[in-house]
Write a protein that binds this ligand. Sequence first.
Ligand SMILES: [Zn+2]
Length: 263
Amino acid sequence: MGSYVIEKDPLVSDKERVRMTAVEVWNATGYRLLVRDNKKTKSGHRTRYQCCQDETSRKKSKPSTRPGAVPRDRVGMDRFDCSSRATISSRTFTRDQTKTLISIHFHHEKHHIPYYDVSMPQRVTDIIHENMGHCTPNNLVPLIQAEFPNITSAQVYSAWIKLSEELWKHAENPLESAKQLLEELRDEVEVVHTKVADGVEQLCWVLKKITGPLGKGVVEVALDATYRTNSAHLELYCVMAEDDNTGFPLSYCLLSTATSIEQ
Ligand SMILES: [Zn+2]
C-alpha cells in the first residue's frame, strides 16, 4: 500500500489517471487488474480491482443461443486462489488544486505466473507488452519473427489486441468505446457531430494534426471504405487527400448501416 503526489494534468481526468495507474501496476507486477467497480468520490475517483487470474473473478458465461453462434475462443488462462484485491484512487488536494494524490492498495496473497497468452513463449508476450504503447502489430511482427520465426503474424496480432485492451478498450460496446477513446485523444482528433438517420449509428472524427498542416493545399479528396474490420461489423469510411504523391487520411467515419441492412 502506498500513495504519492504528482502534478495535476488538467487534461487527464481522475478516472483516466486511475486507469493509467492500473496499467503501471500491471507492468510492474505482471498481474493484470480487472475492474470490479468504479466510484466518483468527492475530490476524485476510485476503482476497485481484482487480479484477472483470481479464481473468484471467473465470470459465468452463458452459451449463446443465437443460431450458428461459434463459442468464443478462450485462451486457457491459469486461475489461482490468490485472494487478490486492489484499490486505486486519484484525487485533487482541496488546498492545492495543482496536485493530485494517487493511492494504491494492492493485496495479492499467492505468487503465481503472470497473465499472458499460454500458447506464446513468455518472451514474445514481453516484447509485445513492452512495445504495445508505441508500436502497432505491423511493427511488432518483424521484430518478433526475427527472434521467433515460428510465430505467425496472426498470433502477434491477437496477442497484441488482448494485451493492449487496457490502453484502448473503454467500453464493451465498440462505438461507445471508440467515443470515449476519441474524447481522451481530443488533442489529436476532433469529433464531428453529424445528423444521423433513425436506427443508424455514426461516429466521425477529423485528424487535426494532418488537416492542420495540409490545410487549404488540398485540391482533391478521395473516399475509401472498408468493411469487416471490427467485431461490430461497422463500416469504416476514410476521407483521403494526396500530397506529394502520398495519401493522407483526413477524417474517418464509423457507420452502422451494414448491420442495419443485414438485419
Ligand atoms: Zn492473482
